[in-house]
Design a binder for this molecule. Sequence first.
Ligand SMILES: Nc1ncnc2c1ncn2[C@@H]1O[C@H](COP(=O)(O)OP(=O)(O)O)[C@@H](O)[C@H]1O
Ligand SMILES: O=C(O)[C@@H](O)C(=O)COP(=O)(O)O
Length: 425
Amino acid sequence: MTLALGCIADDYTGASDLANTLTRAGLRTVQTIGVPADDLELPEVDAVVVSLKSRSIEAGLAVARSRAAEKWLRGRGAGHVMFKICSTFDSTDAGNIGPVMDALRADCGEAIVLVTPAFPETGRTVYQGNLFVGAVPLNESPLKDHPLNPMRDSNLVRVLARQSKTQVGLVDLPTVTRGAEAVRARLADLAGKGIGAAIIDAVFDRDLETVGLVAARHRLSVGASGIGLGLARALVSTGKVRSAAASNGQGTAVGGAAACLAGSCSQATLQQIARAESVIPVLRLDPDRVLTDNGEVERALAWARPRLAEGPVLIASSSTPDQVAALQARHGRDAAGHAIEQAMADIAESLVKSGVRRLIVAGGETSGAVVDRLGIPGFLVGAEIAAGVPVLRAVGADAGDMLLALKSGNFGGPEFFADALGLMR
Ligand SMILES: Nc1ncnc2c1ncn2[C@@H]1O[C@H](COP(=O)(O)OP(=O)(O)O)[C@@H](O)[C@H]1O
Ligand SMILES: O=C(O)[C@@H](O)C(=O)COP(=O)(O)O
């Protein structure tokens, strides 16, 4: 297998978002959990998205894991490696976008790295280096209250410079609008000044097509699904990849019981849970009891098991920003996040033992904890539930045939859970 594109994603929902985008753009794509073991049978593909859970871990560890993934991808022929980050640039001044970018750049000897989290289909646009989430700048969006990495600065040139050893420049929208040659000239100018990374403005998909044409001749890029779209379209339009059917993971129905788990506290997920309450049974965990009393997981399982035969259930830890802040003040941010993630993983593991074969998880870190616990090594991409969220068919899972959906906290419409359940048969 010679890869046309290698990708490293810093969380599992982000990886499925990118795998979805690449698949829809015509690349045969597989998502792996970590660097695949030698004995994992992968289909013939154009792109592999290696999913890491490296967004919110210690920077040194994120660097080491990303470098191992890069080595594996380059070893399979990937001339270009894309580091997939969140479209809302989720990170802190300690990293991990900057440290990982610096390390991958050093490894591949890239003079200047193209960086853009723009993903217009989901309302993420970048103008004059400032990231907008829908109509508002990042620092005014709900991301300002994210439980793990509150985003309080919209200027990505500044944000990335605080995390990176290199200086960061800007390729502005007027330059992008002039086309690939203008972008190349601007990048060469910045690189000539010793600047090692550039935030690239992009507002429409056509901007990302321009960026993709430029990026495809580089060894490394950093961004969200939008630059993935640009790269995929460049690979197809230049004949490096022959466009394939839009999905390879449809397959047969798996049946079995269905369950939803929500650990995301995003506004979108809170609304989706509220809407789900009118169609399926919903249990809200008591987060304090998760942190202080092991009985909360058993209580959730005792509630869920008898209901599974009747239809899908949803279990949520999600709370409002005020409640999250209060819990974190009592227990510490990382301890609270970790304990709730592990409780979700415990619940998922037991539900699968009880026959659940269709599982929807809301939240990137939450999905990481659940998928790790289930020991699933990889996924094929199926139908698209919402922008950035595909149905995934597990490959090589101990539990056998399973369908999952890993939803980024911010993605999906108000009826997301019903939409997903409708497509996961
Ligand atoms: N009620 C709560 N209070 C505090 N933290 C919570 C609560 N519920 C979930 N969390 C934690 O918040 C984090 C949410 O992150 P994540 O799952 O990545 O969601 P998103 O996709 O919205 O970023 C996880 O670490 C999760 O365990
Ligand atoms: O790019 C995006 O917004 C998503 O693909 C993503 O990375 C989601 O992260 P979470 O919101 O933590 O799930």
